[in-house]
Design a binder for this molecule. Structure first.
Ligand code: VGL
Ligand code: ZN
Length: 222
């Protein structure tokens, strides 16, 4: 009789290692209740994330960081409203309310997040014409942020991805992490989705197809 270590078993125990990193995606005021692109119940994942932060030797934060009038804002396109979609040079783009504008309160990390332990903050979405959901590669699918090279130079090879929003920045970051060759887990109860047009189900499907594993925060300890 052996105990299953399969990802679908009831309860897994994951011990964090020195070559793991916790990637905390976009826990910023604009994505939290009261923010301009608030994720419903987004604040409920902050305590789980803080608990995870205690258990990782390496913590990286991503920060959505748009200039005013960014191309991903519906206000930059005449006659468009939030959640409409348009074609940009790199493909389909969902249009958003103005959010995470550089230097604003909405772009700051939640003051409840234990952000001080982070060793790196990767800002993304600062190119005026290109969005970047992923912490690794911009939406043109070519421009790199440098995150993969940073992690590899530090011999980090296993990533746990948490934060906001499951169906956009978390999902794309996790999939690109796999693409870059990292063993990658979504900590499913330490992230929350926007869910427009079935986007959470689609993101979970895409992550699974990319080989992203699933974990729960209580399974993970140092
Ligand atoms: C995000 C939409 C636009 C996210 C960022 O953090 O998931 N979503 N910009
Ligand atoms: Zn954004």
């Amino acid at each position: 009789m052996t105990y299953s270590n399969h990802a679908n078993s009831q309860y897994n125990k994951i011990k964090t290692r020195n070559n793991d990193a916790l990637i905390v995606v976009d826990v910023q005021n604009d994505f939290l209740p009261g923010g301009s692109l608030a994720v419903k119940n987004g604040d409920t994942i902050i305590d789980p994330i803080n608990r995870l932060i205690e258990n990782f030797a390496h913590v990286v934060l991503t920060q959505d960081w748009h200039p005013p009038h960014h191309k991903s804002f519906s206000s930059s396109h005449q006659g468009k409203k939030p959640f409409d979609t348009i074609e940009l040079s790199y493909g389909k783009q969902v249009l958003w309310p103005d959010h995470c504008v550089q230097g604003t309160k909405g772009a700051e990390f939640s003051e409840k997040l234990r952000a001080e332990k982070a060793e790196l903050i990767i800002r993304k979405g600062y190119t005026p014409e290109i969005d970047s959901y992923s912490g690794f590669v911009e939406a043109d699918r070519q421009t790199k942020t440098g995150l993969s090279a940073y992690l590899k130079e530090r011999n980090i090879n296993r990533l746990f991805v948490v934060g906001l929003a499951t169906d956009f920045c978390v999902g794309w970051t996790a999939i690109d992490a796999r693409q870059a060759g990292f063993e990658t887990y979504l900590v499913e109860d330490a992230c929350m989705g926007i869910d427009t047009n079935g986007s959470v189900a689609a993101a979970l499907r895409d992550m699974q197809a990319a080989g992203v594993g699933r974990a729960k925060y209580a399974e993970i300890s140092a």
